[in-house]
Design a protein around this ligand. Structure first.
Ligand SMILES: Nc1ncnc2c1ncn2[C@@H]1O[C@H](COP(=O)(O)OP(=O)(O)OP(=O)(O)O)[C@@H](O)[C@H]1O
Ligand SMILES: [Mg+2]
Length: 214
């Protein structure tokens, strides 16, 4: 489904990703594990088109992504949950979740929203609350719901468990596990295997910008 080949990415003239190759099969759950600064976020941003590779290839369903803009990648069904939750504080949770529907031209945003509420019923209950009124863990749930608006096929979840209380982390793992049963392809990053181990079926380890084990 997603194929990354010998990807090289530099940020501010510093070479960050080195010959990263990765293949995701449909319905797979991959844990991208690496310590701080290993390049996990850089890889996700490059898959999303926020960062441009200096060299290497990137394709989705055989389609070359290199000339495809970020919003067009969202339209292909790729959802992204950034490391920083970036909820819009003055918008309600429901409005925050609906924001990407405009970008990815969801045919029936309301129907998709109902699906998201079906997977994460907590979001319906907190839907009217403002983004700034949520705890860190609740914001992670909302950010996951938002990623699911466009993420109908591939979900990129950057550190979903980071800084989340144990009960909510368990709940997040449960939701992510349920998405696998829906046939969704998911990549989860974490610095270690603490929470992702119970949801992933494959681990890719990254260190200093290179894949060191798979
Ligand atoms: N805007 C930037 N300017 C300069 N260097 C950057 C920038 N963003 C990231 N880097 C560098 O790129 C490398 C990879 O960073 P990245 O954020 O991808 O790591 P990460 O694996 O996501 O780490 P973390 O676990 O802390 O989120 C690091 O050495 C980092 O310092
Ligand atoms: Mg990161």
């Amino acid at each position: 489904m997603l194929k990354v080949t010998n990807l090289n990415v530099s940020i501010a003239a510093v070479h960050i990703l080195r010959d990263v190759s990765l293949e995701l099969t449909p319905g797979s759950m991959t844990g991208l594990i690496g310590r701080n600064g290993a390049g996990k976020t850089t890889l996700m941003k490059t898959i999303m088109g926020i960062l441009k590779p200096g060299a290497g290839a990137l394709s989705f369903d055989g389609k070359d992504l290199r000339s495809v803009e970020t919003h067009e990648r969202a339209r292909l069904g790729i959802g992204y949950m950034p490391e920083e939750r970036r909820l819009i504080p003055d918008l309600t949770v429901e409005e925050n979740i609906l924001v990407p529907a405009w970008a990815c031209h969801t045919a029936d945003a309301r129907e998709r929203l109902e699906k998201v509420y079906g997977w994460i019923p907590e979001l319906r209950d907190m839907g009217y609350r403002k983004g700034l009124q949520l705890s860190g863990g609740q914001q992670k749930l909302a950010a996951l719901g938002r990623a699911l608006m466009c993420g109908t096929r591939l979900l990129l979840l950057d550190e979903p468990f980071e800084g989340v209380a144990p009960v909510l982390a368990q709940r997040l793992a449960q939701v992510i596990g349920a998405l696998k049963r829906e046939g969704m392809t998911v990549v989860v990053t974490e610095s270690d295997l603490q929470h992702s181990e119970r949801v992933v079926d494959r681990i890719v380890q990254i260190d200093r910008g290179a894949v060191v084990a798979s």
